[in-house]
Design a protein around this ligand. Structure first.
Ligand SMILES: C[S@@+](CC[C@H](N)C(=O)[O-])C[C@H]1O[C@@H](n2cnc3c(N)ncnc32)[C@H](O)[C@@H]1O
Length: 318
């Protein structure tokens, strides 16, 4: 089985979170196991790595990984938020939980799965092929206002309304069933000037991102997962997330900043009455970005941003 996914910010993830021999780690987004391989080496024979992914193709990669892994391994095929909840109910205590968000190169490159605007395929985009909602349903069933909102909020697409209008106009004649039909609608909706402003980027990039996020409830999963991941950590445990767009990165940043915040008393109070202590030490005061060398080697790393934090023992920040 071919692994075409190159793990992003891998050295930086290891340096920041320092997985150590005998520890227990959770990889919430296993993919092809690129990060998992590096973490597993650090954990060694006395360590355990629990891997989660909702895509059955990732489970096949896991089977290959598990045969040779240098540590104990386990796989949960489910949404990572559900997986973290299951592990919490089981009473697992983790030294490290990390998420490498978004889609894998294997998913983008599997043409028939419809994630890519570069290949003609049925409109699908489901990471879990067992789920009901797919891209075709969104494109053909959502009303114009909802589509425009989706393209604007999740794609940050400046021409969201025009594109939504064109999609609705075209699907009134015949359903939009394929990625090529959707790309044609997007291209027809964009004024020539807007097409030029995209520079090298494909005009479908933002809309495809927006639809993919909605199909896979990506932001809901992240919102549910952050507190569950934090709750799994023991004292001194580390959490890390690699995001690929600002909607994800903002959530991670806010969540960690909130945990790292101490006293919330008004500044004119002479002494602290809230008694609130920081629970986290942020290990990445600025988000870590890939080097120019990494982007040259792997252009898909370009927008990646890594953030990490360590869970503090009560009183440790005093
Ligand atoms: C960027 S890839 C991870 C690549 C991996 N770190 C590697 O080095 O091979 C993201 C993976 O997370 C999975 N994924 C994304 N959102 C998920 C979710 N909410 N629950 C479970 N898996 C998810 C995708 O199916 C995909 O395999």
């Amino acid at each position: 089985m071919t692994r075409t996914h190159i793990p992003v910010l891998a050295g930086e993830l290891i340096d920041l979170t320092a997985p150590a021999a005998g520890e227990t780690a959770v990889d919430g987004t296993f993919g092809a196991g690129g990060h998992a391989r590096l973490v597993a080496e650090r954990l060694g024979p006395a360590g355990t790595l629990v891997c989660i992914d909702r895509d059955p193709a990732a489970e096949e990669h896991f089977a290959e990984f598990a045969r040779e892994a240098p540590c104990e391994t386990r796989f949960l095929r489910m949404d990572y938020a559900d997986g973290l909840a299951v592990l919490g109910e089981e009473g697992l205590e983790a030294d490290l939980v990390y998420l490498d968000l978004g889609i894998s190169s294997m998913q983008v490159d599997a043409r028939e799965r419809g994630f890519s605007y570069s290949y003609d395929a049925p409109l699908d985009m489901r990471m879990d092929p067992g789920q009901e909602l797919d891209a075709r349903a969104i494109v053909n069933d959502w009303d114009e206002r909802r589509l425009a909102q989706l393209f604007r909020r999740y794609g940050e697409e400046p021409n969201a309304r025009r594109i939504a209008r064109e999609v609705v106009r075209r699907r009134g004649r015949a359903p939009i069933d394929t990625t090529a039909e959707l790309v044609a609608a997007i291209e027809a909706a964009l004024p020539a000037a807007a097409r030029r402003r995209f520079g090298g980027a494909h005009p479908g990039k933002r809309v495809f991102q927006a639809i993919r996020i909605a199909v896979n409830s990506e932001l809901d999963s992240l919102d549910r997962a952050l507190p569950l991941a934090w709750a799994l950590l023991r004292e001194d445990g580390r959490f890390a997330a690699i995001s690929f767009h600002s909607l994800e990165d903002r959530r991670v940043k806010r969540f960690l900043a909130e945990r790292a915040r101490g006293c919330v008393c008004p500044p004119d109070f002479p002494v602290c009455v809230c008694g609130r202590e920081p629970e986290a030490e942020v290990l990445s005061p600025r988000a870590v970005a890939p080097t120019a060398g990494e982007v040259e080697h792997n252009p898909r790393a370009k927008s990646a941003r890594l953030r990490a934090a360590r869970k503090l023992a009560p009183g440790a920040a005093a």
